[in-house]
Design a binder for this molecule. Structure first.
Ligand code: NDP
Length: 488
C-alpha cells in the first residue's frame, strides 16, 4: 500500500484537513493506496499556485520551443514507465491490461502531438483601412481547472493537460475520487521532465468540494470537464460566476447502425467491441445497436455466439477481456437498468448477472448484457447506462434508422455499417453527432477533434481544434501615422 501526496506548487502535500481516502482495486477490493482527501481549501491553494505560476513564474517566459521540448520529455517519461502505469491503471479502474497499455501509449502520443503543436501556434496580419500595422496574436487563456472522470484516468489527464501546457497555460487537474493514481504518477513524470513548480497542480478529492471550487473559482480562467451530463450542467452553472471559458465532454447514447448489406462478421465484431470495450464505461460506446430487420436474427445470433469469448476477470489476468465495473455503487446503477429493461418488456438475451465463483466474489463484476426487441421509447434506449448493456433496435428503412439514431438528447458518436459508400456518406451527413465511423467502431486519434453535438457537450478536445480551447485571441493595432488624430 502506497501513500501519495497531491501536487500543489511543486510539492507533494497532504490535505489541509489531514484526511485521506483509501483507493481500492475494483476487481478484488485490495487496498492499493491512500491519497489526500482534498477539500475546497486545498483546491483554492492549488488555484493560487497555478495563478502565481501563470502571472509571475518562469513558465510564461519560456519559448514555445521550450514548452514543446518539455512535453516531449513528458511523453518519454510516460513511455519509460509504461508497464508500471498500465498495471496501475488496471488495478485502479479495472480495465483489462491490454486496454490500459493502449491508453498509456496513447497518452504519451498525446503529449508528443501537442509538444509538436506548441511551435505551430500562430497569429495573422490583417489589412485594415488605416495607416496601422494590425495583427492578431494567440495567447494562453490563463489558469485552467480540469476535471476528469474514472473511465480513462491517465488518458483523460493527457487530453486535458497537454494542449493546455502547449498553449502556455497553467492547470489544476482534479481526477475522479475513485481513480487518482495514474494522474498522480503523471504528476511525478511532469515534475521530473522539468516543468516548473505551480504549472501543473493535481488535487485529489471529491467533486463536491474541490471540484466545485475549481468550477466556481474567480481565479480560474477556463474550466474543462469530462463526465456525466448532469454534473456538466452543474459545472457550467458554477463557471458562469466569472464567465470563465468552458469546454464540456459529456455523455452519449450512441447509435451503431448496421444495414443489411454490411459485412456481417465485421459488424458482429464492431457491435460487441463498440458496446463492451472498457466494460461499456465509455462515453462514445455504441450502446444502441440499430439493425436492419432482414439481418436482425443473423446479427443477434452472431453476437450470442461470440459473447462467451468476453472473458471476465481481474484485468491483469491473461486473456481477460472485461474487468469489473469501477465501483459497487456504479454496478448497482447498471444493474438497476437491467431490471428497468426487463420491466419495460425488452428481451434480455444474455448477461446482466453477477458472475459466480471465488474469483468474482470481491469485485464489481457484471456479465455483458444484450437486450433485444428494444423500443426507442424505452429508458434503456434513451438513458446513458455507462456499463456493459447493449440495446438492439430493429429498423425497416434508412429514414427510420436515421430518425431513431437522432431521437436522443445526446450527439456524441455514431457509426454506420454498409458496403454502399454512397449510403454511408449520405447517412453520416444526416447523423447529429460529433464523432462518426463507417465500418468500424471506436478508433480515436489525437489528430482529430473529439466532442459532441447537443447535450453531449461543447467545444472539442484533441487535434488542432483542441488547442483552440486553450487560446485567447488578441488584436494589436500599431498606429503608423505620426500626425495627431485631430478629432477635436
Ligand atoms: P461525474 O460526472 O459525477 O464525475 C466526473 C468528474 O466530475 C469527477 O472528477 C467528479 O469528481 C467530478 N464532479 C462531480 N461532481 C462535481 C461538481 N459538482 N463540480 C465539479 N466536479 C464534480 O461522473 P460519475 O463518476 O459520478 O458518473 C456518473 C455518470 O456520468 C456515469 O454513470 C456516466 O453516465 C457519466 N460519465 C460520463 C463520462 C464521460 O466520459 N462522458 C465519464 C464518467 C461518467 P469525483 O468523481 O471525484 O466525485
Amino acid at each position: 500500500m502506497k501513500r501519495y501526496g497531491m501536487l500543489i506548487d511543486g510539492q507533494w502535500v497532504p490535505a489541509r484537513s489531514g484526511e485521506t481516502r483509501e483507493i481500492r482495486d475494483p476487481a478484488d477490493g485490495a487496498l492499493l493506496a491512500k491519497v489526500p482527501e482534498a477539500g475546497r481549501v486545498d483546491a483554492e491553494a492549488a488555484v493560487d499556485a497555478a495563478r502565481a505560476a501563470f502571472d509571475a513564474g518562469p513558465w510564461r517566459k519560456l519559448t514555445a520551443q521550450d514548452r514543446g521540448k518539455l512535453l516531449f520529455r513528458v511523453g518519454e517519461g510516460i513511455r519509460a514507465h509504461a508497464k508500471r502505469l498500465a498495471e496501475l491503471e488496471t488495478r485502479n479502474c479495472g480495465k483489462p491490461l491490454a486496454e490500459a497499455a493502449f491508453d498509456v501509449a496513447d497518452a504519451a502520443d498525446c503529449f508528443e502531438f501537442y509538444g509538436g503543436l506548441a511551435t505551430k501556434i500562430h497569429g495573422e496580419t490583417m489589412q485594415v483601412p488605416a495607416n496601422s500595422l494590425s495583427y492578431v496574436v494567440r495567447e494562453p487563456v490563463g489558469v485552467c481547472g480540469q476535471i476528469i472522470p474514472w473511465n480513462y484516468p491517465l488518458l483523460m489527464a493527457a487530453w486535458k493537460l497537454s494542449p493546455a501546457l502547449a498553449a502556455g497555460n497553467t492547470a489544476v487537474l482534479k481526477p475522479s475520487e475513485l481513480t487518482p493514481l495514474t494522474a498522480l504518477e503523471l504528476g511525478r513524470i511532469i515534475c521530473e521532465a522539468g516543468i516548473p513548480a505551480g504549472v501543473v497542480n493535481i488535487v485529489t478529492g471529491p467533486g463536491a468540494g474541490p471540484g466545485e471550487a475549481l468550477a466556481a473559482s474567480p481565479q480560474v480562467d477556463k474550466v474543462a470537464f469530462t463526465g456525466g451530463t448532469v454534473t456538466g450542467r452543474k459545472v457550467m452553472t458554477a463557471a458562469s460566476g466569472n464567465l470563465k471559458k468552458i469546454s464540456l465532454e459529456l455523455g452519449g447514447k450512441n447509435p451503431n447502425i448496421v444495414f443489411a448489406d454490411a459485412d456481417l462478421e465485421c459488424a458482429v465484431d464492431g457491435a460487441l467491441f463498440g458496446a463492451f470495450a472498457n466494460q461499456g464505461e465509455v462515453c462514445s460506446a455504441g450502446s444502441r445497436l440499430l439493425v436492419e430487420r432482414s439481418i436482425h436474427a443473423r446479427l443477434v445470433e452472431g453476437m450470442l455466439k461470440k459473447i462467451p469469448r468476453i472473458k471476465l476477470g481481474h484485468g491483469l489476468e491473461p486473456g481477460v477481456k472485461m474487468g469489473p465495473l469501477v465501483s459497487a455503487a456504479h454496478r448497482d446503477k447498471v444493474e438497476s437498468y437491467i431490471e428497468i429493461g426487463v420491466n419495460e418488456g425488452a428481451k434480455l438475451l444474455c448477461g446482466g448477472k453477477r458472475p459466480k465463483g471465488r474469483a468474482f466474489a470481491k469485485g464489481h463484476f457484471l456479465e455483458p448484457a444484450i437486450f433485444d426487441r428494444v423500443k426507442p421509447s424505452m429508458r434503456i434506449a434513451r438513458e446513458e447506462i455507462f456499463g456493459p448493456v447493449l440495446a438492439v433496435i430493429p429498423f425497416d428503412s434508412e429514414d427510420e434508422a436515421v430518425s431513431i439514431a437522432n431521437d436522443t438528447e445526446y450527439g456524441l458518436a455514431a457509426a454506420v455499417w454498409t458496403k454502399d459508400v454512397t449510403r454511408a456518406v449520405r447517412v453520416i451527413s444526416r447523423l447529429r453527432a460529433g464523432i462518426t465511423w463507417v465500418n468500424t467502431y471506436h478508433p480515436t486519434f489525437n489528430e482529430l477533434p473529439w466532442g459532441g453535438y447537443k447535450a453531449s457537450g461543447m467545444g472539442r478536445e484533441l487535434g488542432l481544434y483542441g488547442i483552440e480551447e486553450y487560446l485567447e485571441t488578441k488584436q494589436v493595432n500599431i498606429n503608423l501615422d505620426e500626425n495627431p488624430i485631430g478629432w477635436y
